[in-house]
Design a protein around this ligand. Structure first.
Ligand code: SF4
Ligand code: SF4
Ligand code: SF4
Length: 228
């Protein structure tokens, strides 16, 4: 959801909300095949990063809205400490590896199967699981995306090759840390010169938040910098 304080880039989050809502409506009214769009978005990942997760995926949007509602209701909001996050964020990649080996059940398959889960609402354990994730999302940002989604993991792995990402202007950065605190994927943007983290979902919340406007979505710099 949009950043209330604003820095001139608030419109990005308003636009993202509208796009997410549009895709939700499209899914509800079965206007498109989510599998098709997820497949062509997958190739865009190589160039642009995982915009599918930040802008299109209805399950990701639902978690965003749950987090927004949780904040509105002033519910406690938990953010995984970075020391733990750096290990726990590997869980979805481990699940992906296990899934690839055929060990994990379809419940964890991610974007190509979440619609199947949603369609089975009230009848399967998958539906209960989805609801639990949304409820958990009231208290923490994108729990499923951060730790369980193997589809997100798959796209994330390919996204490390992308040529666009979040660039931080270190000269003007004041080190306030707001970008890191706002990131729904718990990426430490404030200490990263150029974000190409596989968990980055391209939501641009960090860009919309930075009070000094020193974050931008840019071509990868030719000079080497510290990367997340
Ligand atoms: S990580 Fe998975 S559930 Fe989350 S937005 Fe991406 S595809 Fe959707
Ligand atoms: S680094 Fe920025 S664009 Fe990437 S997930 Fe975090 S807030 Fe979104
Ligand atoms: S929000 Fe902006 S000024 Fe603050 S740490 Fe992040 S990049 Fe630096």
């Amino acid at each position: 959801m949009a950043n209330k304080k604003g820095n001139g880039y608030r419109w990005l989050q308003v636009l993202r909300f509208v796009v997410q809502l549009g895709f939700w409506a499209a899914v509800v009214f079965a206007a498109f095949n989510t599998k098709i769009i997820s497949e062509w978005m997958f190739y865009a990942v190589l160039l642009l990063g995982v915009f599918f997760c930040g802008w299109v995926c209805p399950f990701g949007a639902a978690q965003d809205w749950a987090a927004w509602l949780g904040r509105k209701l002033r519910l406690p909001h938990f953010r995984m400490p970075q020391g733990l996050q750096q290990y726990l964020q590997l869980s979805r990649y481990v699940l992906y590896a296990l899934l690839t080996l055929g060990i994990v059940v379809a419940l964890f398959k991610g974007p190509y199967h979440y619609s199947m889960l949603l369609h089975s609402v009230f009848y399967t354990a998958g539906a209960i699981f989805v609801i639990c994730m949304i409820v958990l999302g009231l208290f923490t940002d994108r729990p499923f995306c951060n730790y369980l989604c193997t589809g997100g993991a798959r796209m994330g792995l390919f996204s490390v090759l992308r040529i666009f990402g979040i660039k931080r202007n270190t000269a003007s950065c004041g080190g306030c840390g707001q970008c890191s605190r706002k990131c729904p994927m718990n990426i430490d943007v404030a200490h990263t010169d150029f974000v190409r983290h596989p968990n980055c979902i391209g939501c641009l919340q960090c860009v919309s938040t930075c009070p000094k406007k020193c974050l931008s979505y840019s071509l990868m710099p030719s000079v080497k910098g510290k990367k997340s």
